[in-house]
Design a protein around this ligand. Sequence first.
Ligand code: KIV
Ligand code: ZN
Length: 386
Amino acid sequence: MSGDRVLIFDTTLRDGEQSPGATMSHSEKLEIAELLDEMGVDIIEAGFPIASEGDFAAVREISQRAKQATICGLARANLKDIDRCWEAVRHAKSPRIHTFIGTSPLHRAIPNLTQDEMAERIHQTVTHARNLCDNVQWSPMDATRTEWDYLRRTVEIAIRAGATTINIPDTVGYTAPVESADLIRRLIAEVEGAEDVVFATHCHNDLGMATANSLAAVEGGARQIECTINGLGERAGNTALEEVVMAMKVRHDIIPYSTRIDTTKIMHVSRRVATVSGFQVQFNKAIVGKNAFAHESGIHQDGMLKNAETFEIMRPADIGLKDTSIVMGKHSGRAALRSKLRELGYELADNQLQDVFVRFKALADRKKEVYDEDLEALVAARDTAE
Ligand code: KIV
Ligand code: ZN
């Protein structure tokens, strides 16, 4: 695939659910899959069918229900996993088998396979998957710590055996943006058959670089980003869907790629994933954190009241939020207090406002946040004193 379109592959229900403690019930998985499908995710990795009866049932039912998205299941590099995966996804309008094996020296040591033995395993398993399904994704797990010659060799074997997508996982969040772009660029330039497949990027956030690494990979030629809602995922998580999608939208001038995602659905899906996974979103999380569109300092509030572009690079409505939130606290100034009181229906003369402002500051020094009810009480206390 070429051009500026980037496929969004969401793995909230597979890699996301692998976060310790993030297990979701069958009905919760169906709900999240439906939301992802509606928001325009191109490929939903719905689970790891051989992992449990529950995972198998969820992948199968999501496959039966999906309207637009391709439904993908994960399988290790063995025939039993692949057959079980196919059994679960085959009812989808557009099914995909995703099979993987760890190719780095550390991962090759675990099954104790030589390079040649692993190469043979890749050929055999990808061929088997392709005999079942037209759409096969292959991943060399820990690709970013795999020797270049062996990585190239295994990718070529997978392509010859019929893989249609080659995913390059940064399994332990080890790469950096320049390296991420170079690796994809080099694969596309040097791998035989590269022009026949889509290259994907799958980043983890151990060093906080997952979003940057994913976008750099796109710059290098990847046309599928693997990600999760809220960045849910093993350890420090996966690339956050909302971050890469909004980066491409807001900075389209320098990241000129587009997706099919309806960004106005982001906030709702984020909240549902937080609730069903039990993983609350940190307040200052980019895009979907509680504070991402909130302002407390006087200078920022004053700026926002005059022109929202002073301190916001996106409109809250772009991600489905109603409004910016002006939080009243000890850093707030008179302009914000006046505006907040107007919202609550109070029009005060300058001297009255000054009086409430002094008492508001005293209260704000004692409380983290001053709520509407506190402000109403301050105004009422003033009325009584008069
Ligand atoms: O991080 C990883 O390497 C994975 C693979 C299974 C694709 O999640
Ligand atoms: Zn992963």
